[in-house]
Each structure stands twice: as structure tokens, then as C-alpha cells.
Design a protein around this ligand. Structure first.
Ligand code: PXG
Length: 459
């Protein structure tokens, strides 16, 4: 699209007609949107021509960076060949079949089947229906409850938002839907002070066992979690957490679901986050990085334990979406995954870029405003605190995180604020020099935030 309007004209039309997701419509209409017009590699340009380093990969998805000809060519070719056909009535398309095959190659060995959706939320809706169908087929229809965690994010559909642990989302629309319960998250900084991280990890996993015992194991269908909570603020769990969760699920025969929508496709330095954190899920939800966000696609990898029952017992699974296995989306995913393989991007994150980012984060941890710096692979969080010695945080109403985020935008860096936790998930194609550039910008913005906080008498 060519730029045909001024920023003011874009903003006026936007305010007049466009209701944005997760947005206070009234206040945005008064302020005006920032219009992002173009992207290349890890950089974006807004409608005023200002250049921004995109340390969030769009929305945790543009893992191979902007402007990749391989993906564009794959989409163009497939649009010409066959822009759409469905997979409902005993039909399929070559890209969907080929992608199903390739996904099972890059997934852990228990995954030989996939169910496609159009997004991560739809993938998690599929999870809810599939785990209940599984127990039903096994003659245990009362086994319906899914256990999730506070401050989890699993999407915005009725089931996705119910699985998520965001109280603001539950408050709108009468959620959660029945049969979904939550335990506390494994967030050491908030809940584990005074314990070692390892001891806290075991304690946090123990909350799952307590909940199972309270509900009765014969009522519990599955446990779902993100290997690292993304939207919740890049909460990296202690190393002891997931192996203990696995042990508990095994002990009670409960299905384990890994929501890999953010962690999948190399983000943590392995193809999937469950491999980094040492657990063996029965289902994996994916989206975002499967196409690097170039086109919408999601789905669920279905492990043998479940596939054997769903396929073996027969009977129709009454579930699916018009765009399940969309041929253009699948063609782009194929090109994206082949590019990740060809350029060894997962190994690059694991052996080079992840450790290099961690070095920068260790240095940033020394900043007077930072109480905790955590990273795994190419995702990380910097927790802003008022008192470094005690870890005391600022009054949330001061919105220090938003202040810092404003400095980021003003200085050419896109970083997110979750409360006072500054988070990044940059593209996996970064160079070391670009990581240096990003870390330098982060430090500059923290310094500016510190000056503000001092000037306003908050410190
Ligand atoms: N699971 C996880 C772990 C996610 O991060 C979804 C499911 C839902 O995917 P779709 O494609 O339906 O959006 C997500 C999405 C944020 C933010 O504020 C994060 C997401 C979406 C929107 C905002 O960080 N993640």
C-alpha cells in the first residue's frame, strides 16, 4: 500500500471507525494511534518516518524479521495456485498435508498429528474440546476440569480467556466458563521471596497437587501452562517447576498441555519451550511463530496418547474452522519453518544470541531501577523497583512502566510494559551488533526513567 495520507488523516479515520483490541476506545480516540507503516529486518517505520527497533517481534511473532522474500514468494505462489480450499468434507490441500508432516518432524517425538486453527485462541478452544472428548471416549465423561494459572494468557475467545488467568478479562463477559479453575503462578519475585528459586519452584508445582486433591483427580482432565508466561510479564519459572508438574500429572494420569504460542519455534533456544524446561506434554498449542506472523495460523500438536484414542476409537470430532489448514497460511508456514531450519535460527538462539542477551541482562540488572532481570533464549524481563535493596515496587498508580515505555518509543525502541515489568522478545534473526544496539537503547530509557522518578520525588 502506498502512503496516501498524513499521520493526522490516518489518526482521524482510525478514531472515527476502528475499535482496537484491548483498548480504551475513548482515550485512544483522544490521543491518536501511532500508525506503523513499514518494516524491514528488525526495524519498523511509523507514518512520520520515525525508525523503531522492534524488540517485541510485532506481537511475539515476527521471528524471522520483516520483509523475507521466501515467505512472500510462498504466499504469492499459493495464492495463484489455490487461494482457498477447506479440509472439512474428506478433502485436503497439498500445503496443509505437507505442513502437518513438517510440524511433526520439528516437534518432540510423541507428536505425530496436528489439528489446525486460525489463531492461538482457537487452538486453545480446540484443546478444551479435545481433552474432554478424550476422557469421554475413555468412559470418564466426568473428567472435565482444566486447571490453569493466575496471570496466564491463553487467548481472548470465551474458552481462551477462561483458561487465561487475567481477572480483568474474566470480569467482562461472565468468565470463566464452567470447568476451568486456576492456581497461583510460579512467579518467584512476587510469591517466592525468602526461598531459593529451586525450593519455590517445587512449592509452586505443589499447588497443582493440592488443587487436584481438593477437586478429586477423577474430575480433572488436564493442566495447561505456558512454559514461560509471556503476556503475564515474561515470568521464567524456576528450573524445578516443570519437571515437578510433569511428575504430578503422571501420578494422577492428568493430561499436560503446553501453550507454545509464544515459546514455540525457537524463542527459548529449542524448537519448543517444553524442551527447554524438560517436560513432555500431551498437547501443544501453537500460533504466532509458525508463520512468523506473516499470515494468521494456529493449531494444536496432538500427542500419541490422545491421537491413539481419538483415531483408534473412531467417531466424528465435531469441531473445526473454515480456515483450519488454510493453504496460503500453510504455504507460508512451510517457507518459514524451512528458513528457520536452513539458517539454524534455533541453534543460533541457544548457543549464541540467548547467552549474549543474558550477558547484557546481567549488566542491566545492576541498574538502580532494576530489581530482577531474567531472560531465556530471546525473551526477557526487567522488573523496575523503587528500592533495589528490598525489591519494593513503585505504587502501581504512578505507572512507571508506561513512563519507561514512552521513553522507549521516543528513542526508537519498541519494548512492552506489563505493569512495571519491561519485556522484550526480539526477532530471532538479530545480530550481536543489533543486540548491543537494543541493550544500549534499553539502558538509555531506564536512565531517563530514573531521572523522571527522581525529578517527581518518587524515589
Ligand atoms: N496463548 C498464548 C501463550 C499467547 O501468548 C494466545 C494463546 C492467543 O493467540 P491469538 O493468536 O488468538 O491472539 C496468545 C496470544 C500481549 C499479548 O499483551 C499477547 C498475545 C496476544 C495479544 C497480546 O503480550 N498472545
Amino acid at each position: 500500500m502506498t502512503q496516501t495520507r498524513t499521520t493526522e488523516e490516518w489518526q482521524a479515520a482510525d478514531a472515527a471507525h476502528y475499535l482496537h483490541p484491548f483498548t480504551d476506545f475513548k482515550s485512544l480516540a483522544q490521543k491518536g494511534s501511532r500508525v506503523i507503516a513499514r518494516g524491514d529486518n528488525i526495524y519498523l517505520w511509523d507514518s512520520d518516518g520515525a525508525k523503531l527497533l522492534d524488540a517485541m517481534s510485532g506481537l511475539w511473532c515476527v521471528n524471522v524479521g520483516y520483509g523475507r522474500q521466501e515467505l512472500i514468494a510462498a504466499a504469492t505462489h499459493q495464492l495463484k495456485e489455490l487461494p482457498f480450499y477447506n479440509s472439512f468434507f474428506q478433502t485436503a490441500t497439498p500445503p496443509a498435508i505437507e505442513l502437518a508432516e513438517l510440524l511433526t518432524e520439528v516437534s518432540p517425538p510423541q507428536f505425530k498429528h496436528v489439528f489446525f486453527s486460525g489463531s492461538g485462541s482457537e487452538g486453545n478452544d480446540t484443546v478444551v474440546r479435545m481433552v474432554r472428548r478424550y476422557w469421554d471416549l475413555l468412559g470418564q465423561p466426568e473428567r472435565t476440569i482444566l486447571i490453569s494459572r493466575n496471570n496466564a494468557y491463553h487467548g481472548s475467545t470465551m474458552a481462551g480467556a477462561s483458561l487465561g488467568g487475567m481477572s480483568g478479562m474474566h470480569a467482562q463477559g461472565g468468565l470463566p466458563i464452567p470447568g476451568i479453575v486456576h492456581i497461583e503462578q510460579p512467579f518467584w519475585f512476587e510469591h517466592g521471596k525468602g526461598m531459593t528459586r529451586e525450593a519455590f519452584g517445587l512449592k509452586a508445582a505443589g499447588w497443582l497437587e493440592e488443587k487436584i486433591v481438593e477437586l478429586g483427580a477423577d474430575k480433572v482432565a488436564a493442566f495447561i501452562g505456558e512454559p514461560v508466561q509471556g503476556a503475564g510479564g515474561v515470568i521464567v519459572p524456576p528450573s524445578t517447576y516443570w519437571p515437578e508438574i510433569q511428575r504430578i500429572c503422571d501420578k494422577y494420569g492428568i493430561l499436560l498441555v503446553s501453550d507454545e504460542v509464544i515459546c514455540g519455534f525457537g524463542r527459548t533456544g529449542q524448537w519448543f519451550g517444553c524442551e527447554t524446561f524438560g517436560f513432555r506434554p500431551d498437547l501443544m498449542t501453537f500460533a504466532k511463530g509458525v508463520t512468523s506472523g506473516y499470515i494468521p495460523l494456529g493449531g494444536v500438536m496432538v500427542g500419541d496418547r490422545i491421537a491413539d484414542v481419538l483415531i483408534g476409537q473412531g467417531g466424528e470430532f465435531n469441531h473445526g474452522y473454515t480456515y483450519s489448514g488454510h493453504p496460503v497460511a500453510c504455504a507460508v508456514a512451510l517457507a518459514n519453518i524451512r528458513l528457520i531450519q536452513r539458517d539454524h535460527l534455533v541453534e543460533g538462539v541457544r548457543n549464541d544470541l540467548g547467552p549474549y542477551l543474558a550477558e547484557h541482562f546481567s549488566a542491566l540488572a545492576e541498574h538502580p531501577l532494576i530489581g530482577e532481570a531474567q531472560s531465556v533464549g530471546l525473551m526477557g524481563a526487567l522488573q523496575i523497583v523503587r528500592d533495589k535493596a528490598t525489591g519494593q515496587t513503585f505504587d502501581p498508580s504512578l505507572e512507571v512502566g508506561m513512563l519507561c515505555r514512552g521513553h522507549c518509543f521516543g528513542n526508537g525502541l519498541i519494548m512492552r510494559a506489563v505493569g512495571d515489568r519491561m519485556i522484550i522478545a526480539p526477532p530471532l534473526v538479530m545480530t550481536r551488533a543489533q543486540i548491543d544496539e537494543m541493550a544500549g537503547l534499553i539502558r538509555k530509557c531506564l536512565d531517563l526513567t530514573l531521572v523522571d522518578a527522581c525529578g517527581r520525588g518518587w524515589l
